[in-house]
Write a protein that binds this ligand. Structure first.
Ligand code: ZN
Length: 60
């Protein structure tokens, strides 16, 4: 069983799924998803609009 975490930003009044940026990351980390509307990320969330949902995948 694998758990996927989906991130959302509610800056527009309804949840908008955060998108992983396509820019390569030099330090080997996978990077962070960011809101394409306001730019909030899970670690940079000044307005506390970012939330997440864990999706359980039982296929494996
Ligand atoms: Zn946002």
């Amino acid at each position: 069983m694998t758990v996927y975490r989906k991130w959302y930003c509610s800056c527009s009044g309804k949840p908008l799924e955060l998108e992983y940026q396509s820019v390569p990351v030099d330090d080997g980390e996978a990077g962070e998803p960011a809101c394409r509307r306001c730019g909030a990320t899970p670690s940079s969330d000044p307005r506390k609009t970012v939330s997440f949902e864990d999706i359980e995948n039982w296929d494996d």
